[in-house]
Ligand binder design. Structure first.
Ligand code: ADP
Ligand code: 5GP
Length: 202
């Protein structure tokens, strides 16, 4: 049986540093695929359609949702987000690893369907630091920052059911933790069918 790819699902409150950590992981391990979500929110400066997200109108998103196009979907901060199902199935069946950057509602849906997925939650060191980072990023107005902070409190209460908790205080240490859990996932016996038999007959 060919090795199934690792589905690595990352969640974090907005501003915790998930995008920064994901970029580092994909730079070090370029073979990991990235699940490009669809969203109805406006692109931020520097975001590329088809690379960071597929930016859709609400009408298009709702049509695709009705056609069961998504593996999961959720409304986050007033916008719709969803993971296209077909690329997930294709990538994992090809034995390629795939990274998901999705919120806790979407992760809970994936947990029901992707039973061997690895779930990691990235936490800020404190709520104060989270607020500082959201302001420093400069991409959201005051009202949006407040919505994101309210949401963050709710999301943190869901972190307990994730497999791993990574506190992003020092960026390098948080990255080492993320890297370690990804590498450990690849060593799980369930992901290495036939390995022992191969060794026994070599
Ligand atoms: P997210 O994707 O979780 O919303 P970002 O990766 O955009 O978060 O990070 C939010 C802001 O915090 C960015 O300006 C980023 O440069 C900064 N940041 C990320 N990690 C750290 C860290 N460990 N210490 C200080 N600032 C950080
Ligand atoms: P942002 O707008 O900051 O890029 O993302 C806001 C939130 O939406 C983040 O928590 C991010 O993980 C989440 N998100 C991004 N894509 C998806 C998706 O496809 N599904 C779900 N459920 N959440 C998503």
């Amino acid at each position: 049986m060919p090795r199934q790819g690792i589905a690595l699902v990352l969640s974090a409150p907005s501003g915790a540093g998930k995008t920064t950590l994901v970029r580092k992981l994909l730079t070090e391990f370029p073979h990991i695929g990235y699940s490009i979500s669809c969203t109805t929110r406006q692109p931020r400066a520097g975001e590329v359609n088809g690379k960071d997200y597929h930016f859709l109108t609400r009408a298009t998103f709702e049509r695709l949702r009705a056609e069961n196009y998504f593996a999961e979907w959720a409304e986050v901060h007033g916008n719709l987000y969803g993971t296209p199902l077909a690329p997930v199935q294709d990538t994992l069946h090809q034995g390629r690893d795939l990274l998901f950057d999705i919120d806790v509602q979407g992760a809970a849906q994936l947990k029901l369907n992707l039973t061997e997925a690895v779930f990691a939650f990235i936490l800020p060191p404190s709520m104060l630091e989270l607020e500082n980072r959201l302001r420093a990023r400069g991409s959201d107005d005051e009202a949006t920052i407040n919505v994101r902070l309210d949401n963050a409190r709710k999301e943190l209460l869901e972190a307990h059911w994730y497999d791993y908790l990574v506190v992003n205080d020092d960026l390098d240490k948080a990255y080492e933790a993320l890297r370690a859990l990804y590498l450990a996932a690849g060593l799980e016996s369930c992901r290495n069918p036939g390995l022992v038999e191969t060794i026994l007959t070599a």
